[in-house]
Design a protein around this ligand. Structure first.
Ligand code: CTP
Length: 473
């Protein structure tokens, strides 16, 4: 396995080695940069570890450049960082480190490169390359990291219980790397994750969610979500998702396992879009099913209103997982609420007004909704899937036709709330909203044409029901 560096990278690494030698320090490239270079993956995060003080080394290296990069440093952690040639370069002194059992606060003492490698999370992340002038470029691999990269396995340098108790987030990281790289976690490491799952409690939700989002952003998120589930980690921070799992059978009738169905929908969505939030909508689309599940004599298993319950659960789950409380959350909740609508339009005798209504409700998110809905068509029966997909294509065609003739997306009714207040001399009030909605509904239902004159006439009729008279035009 070889490493290919750019001329800028090579010049930086030679400089670091030379400056470190002048300061009588030894220094090495380590961690993700080495791993990703060996795998031929793009990487911009350079980690340098040196014996002695990483902060002094960073300042001395930065000072050699004509355009001296700005160095930021954290004295308490002994780390320093600067950006150069688009690379994020971080320096740290080699450490022996152990975390006390009940906190993330490390007790640190200076160590050798071997000590430092030993306290890293996985053998594939503990590979180092010397930058010292006497053996520049040589690989230091005391724990078989190269073999593990070649065999595509995730293993810890120390016994996994020790590695995970040093930082329990590493259990999430193991699963995240398995998902991103398509590597296997060796059995004793996986067993240690199950054994230590409760230790995740001492890790902040932000760090956990960061890893979860990296799993969600991978080409096949189901790999990681499945591992989180079977290891028991998922239960620790996301029990609502675990509730989707399992099949209940009544009178010989079972329903599908909504956990594995959801994983399939996420993978289908991921194959069509890189949008993380669309993938989250896929994750949450059926989250309301456990709460709405019923067995009905005539219909078998039903999940009536699960899309409404799911829409309501979305903000709570976002808060619990420390996901953003902003328009991303609203977007996910909206897609969860609407996820059944396009497929309901595959039935026969669907009116243009139903199409208009969906165009209006989905607005600029229609394409994403269609991706979600198409991804939701999963069945073991290939013929059934084929038939659904064909019907779905017809819906897409009709939506396109209705949109072309009516321009409903991003549409605003011809009379606004402000217009209504002005026409009737009203202050903001409930009646204004009622009248505004009545106009919109009448147009969407095709009762009146989409223009000002028709809307104004309709408004006068409706307003008369409230004894309202126009004060001006
Ligand atoms: N590391 C560790 N334990 C952690 C986090 C990080 O041992 N909990 C070590 C690993 O050697 C890792 C390096 O610190 O390679 C850098 O960490 P980080 O930047 O978080 O991860 P990368 O491995 O670089 O991967 P990515 O950039 O994909 O997050």
């Amino acid at each position: 396995m070889d490493i290919v560096c750019t001329p800028d990278e090579l010049q930086l690494f030679t400089t670091i080695g030379r400056v470190a030698a002048e300061l009588q320090l030894q220094c090495y490239l380590i961690g993700g940069f080495v791993r990703d270079k060996l795998l031929g993956r793009p990487t911009k995060d350079v980690d340098i570890v040196c014996t002695g003080d990483g902060i002094s080394l960073a300042h001395a290296v930065a000072a050699t450049f004509h355009h001296k990069p700005q160095v930021s440093f954290f004295k308490t952690f002994g780390t320093a960082q600067f950006c150069l040639h688009g690379l994020d370069v971080e320096f740290v002194g080699a450490r022996k480190e152990s975390y006390s059992a009940d906190s993330r606060k490390p007790e640190v003492e200076p160590g050798t490169i071997q000590d430092d490698q030993l306290r890293r999370d996985f053998t594939i992340n503990a590979l180092a390359i010397s930058l010292n002038p006497n053996d520049f470029g040589s690989l230091i691999d005391p724990f078989g990291g190269i073999d593990d990269l070649q065999s595509q396995i995730i293993r810890t340098p120390l016994g996994p219980d020790i590695t995970f108790s040093d930082d329990p987030l590493r259990m999430m990281r193991a699963i995240r790397f398995a998902t991103q790289l398509g590597f296997a976690i060796v059995p004793d490491v996986f067993e240690a994750i199950s054994r230590n799952k409760h230790r995740l409690k001492i890790v902040s939700q932000e760090r956990i969610t960061d890893e979860l989002n990296k799993i969600m952003a991978a080409p096949k998120p189901s790999i990681g979500l499945h591992l989180l589930f079977i290891s028991g980690l998922l239960q620790e921070f996301f029990p609502q998702m675990v509730d989707l799992s399992g099949v209940e059978i009544v009178e010989g009738k079972g329903h599908k396992d909504n956990f594995y169905h959801t994983l399939q929908v996420i993978d289908n969505t991921a194959a069509k879009s890189d949008n993380l939030w669309l993938r989250w909508a896929a994750l949450l689309h059926d989250i309301g099913k456990p709460a709405t599940k019923k067995f009905e004599e005539d219909h078998g298993w039903t999940f009536h209103g699960h899309e409404v319950v799911g829409e309501r659960m979305t903000p709570r789950i976002f808060k619990q997982l420390k996901l953003p409380q902003n328009e991303k959350m609203k977007y996910v909740a909206k897609l969860v609420a609407l996820h059944l609508r396009p497929i309901s339009l595959t039935k026969e005798d669907i009116t243009d007004s139903a199409m208009r209504r969906l165009l209006f409700d989905a607005g600029e998110d229609l394409e994403d909704l269609m991706i979600l809905c198409e991804s939701d068509i999963t069945s073991k029966n290939k013929m059934k899937v084929k038939r659904y997909l064909e019907n779905f294509e017809l819906v897409k065609e009709r939506l396109k036709e209705v949109e072309e003739s009516d321009r409903i997306r991003n549409w605003q009714p011809p009379i606004s709330g402000e217009d209504i207040m002005r026409i009737f001399g009203l202050a903001p009030s409930r009646n204004v909203g009622v009248l505004k909605t009545a106009i919109r509904e009448a147009i969407l239902d095709g009762h009146i044409p989409n223009n000002y004159a028709a809307a104004y006439e309709y408004l006068l009729q409706k307003a008369a029901e409230f004894q309202l008279m126009p004060v001006s035009d």
